[in-house]
Design a protein around this ligand. Structure first.
Ligand code: NDP
Length: 347
């Protein structure tokens, strides 16, 4: 059977900025026959995520991520519909997902790598399983629960960087749902900041590309910062950490401002910022959602319930066509997305 796939065309280099041309669309073939235990799926949606930047390097720098190989199909989170099944758990027409979905229009996958989806949980909005009701939502929820030390009634102020992105936009809302009294977002455009406040219930938002972040933070967080959901690292995080309270907590979710640099993860703080962190006893433990998968089922149900109740507002930026996945990745890394960046491959 003839299919389309997207392969890694070239590596940006450890210190390079990834571009759409690092990927290449090509025609390929898959077997016409499905073996015992396998399932043939048609791809509906694919996810592009910041961690994929590490997979573009020959050495990902982390023990749980394998590098993509040149001229091989890239892979990541995906959703599709079963066209033919020789696995007991799946039947034609089922909707399924996997973290290792190849960037192909059609694929034959081992049934054991797939999870069945229940569309009713998200009122049929299947792509949510790649975002708010998938790993992204889990990252926001479990990051806050495991590392945030949020407690209702404690009058805590939370700051979220990368606030208008997939994780950040959920993290701020979940901060409120879990009991923070004030949530302030930091994002890269005025439009993003306005959506955070008017749609997502953030109390205030700062455009880090305009004006002085530290000054605006001081104004907007007069009682200091108790919880910092850090998606970006670098100068923005240094400014936030400077204004954190004694015994406060950083949720070390990601450091996207450092992903095009050859630095270790997590990148060390500059000495003067590390001094403040130590003096103020601010926790900054590594958080990796994949370490909490025993909490996946209950947490997804919680997220889906909040979505259906309208307590969690979800935004997506959808790009159409497998051929545009490289451009979608490049755009997401440069802030082109509001909410989760999704690629719609077929209807
Ligand atoms: P997003 O949807 O947030 O997309 C990335 C965003 O990062 C862009 O929209 C852009 O928004 C912002 N950005 C890019 N470059 C910079 C920069 N130099 N400085 C500040 N902001 C920048 O992606 P995700 O929600 O998928 O991921 C967010 C973070 O969470 C990432 O760091 C990712 O690695 C991490 N992550 C961690 C997981 C874990 O288990 N710990 C799991 C999943 C994600 P803007 O316009 O505001 O610049």
């Amino acid at each position: 059977m003839i299919i389309q796939r997207v392969v890694l065309n070239s590596r940006p280099g450890k210190n390079g900025v990834p571009v759409a041309e690092n990927f290449r669309l090509e025609q390929s073939t898959i077997s016409d026959t499905v073996q015992e235990g396998q399932v043939r799926v048609r791809t509906l949606y694919l996810s592009v995520d910041p961690y994929m930047r590490c997979r573009m390097n020959e050495d990902t720098g982390s023990d749980y991520l394998l590098p993509w190989q040149l001229s091989e199909a890239a892979d990541g989170g995906g959703i599709g519909v079963v066209e033919e099944s020789k696995h007991n758990n799946f039947a034609k027409g089922d909707f399924v997902t996997s973290f290792k979905w190849p960037w192909q229009t059609v694929a034959i996958l081992d049934g054991s790598s797939l999870q069945k989806l229940v569309p009713q949980l998200v009122d049929g909005r299947l792509s949510f399983f790649l975002g708010a009701a998938g790993l992204t939502g889990l990252t926001a929820l479990l990051g806050i629960k495991e590392k945030g030390h949020v407690s209702a009634g404690a009058n805590q102020t939370m700051v979220v960087s990368g606030a208008a992105g997939a994780c950040g936009s959920l993290a701020g809302q979940i901060g409120h749902l879990e009991g923070c009294s004030r949530v302030v977002g930091i994002a890269g455009t005025d439009e993003k900041c306005s959506i955070l406040v008017s749609e997502m219930g953030f109390d205030a938002a700062i455009n880090y590309k305009k004006g002085n972040v530290a000054e605006q933070l001081r104004e907007l967080c007069p009682g200091g910062v108790d919880v910092y959901f850090d998606n970006v690292g670098g100068d923005i995080s240094d400014a936030v950490i400077n204004q954190m309270n004694q015994n406060s907590h950083i949720i070390l979710c990601g450091q996207i401002s450092q992903y095009n640099k050859d630095v270790p993860y997590p990148p060390p703080l500059p000495p003067e910022v590390e001094k403040i962190q130590k003096e103020k006893n601010i926790t900054r433990e590594r958080f990796l959602v994949l370490n909490y998968m025993d909490k996946q089922e209950a947490s997804v149900l919680q997220l889906c319930q909040w979505i259906r109740e309208g307590k969690l507002k979800v935004r997506e930026t959808v790009v159409e066509g497998l051929e545009n996945i490289g451009a979608a990745f490049q755009s997401m890394m440069n802030g082109g997305n509001i909410g989760k960046q999704i690629v719609s491959v077929s209807k």
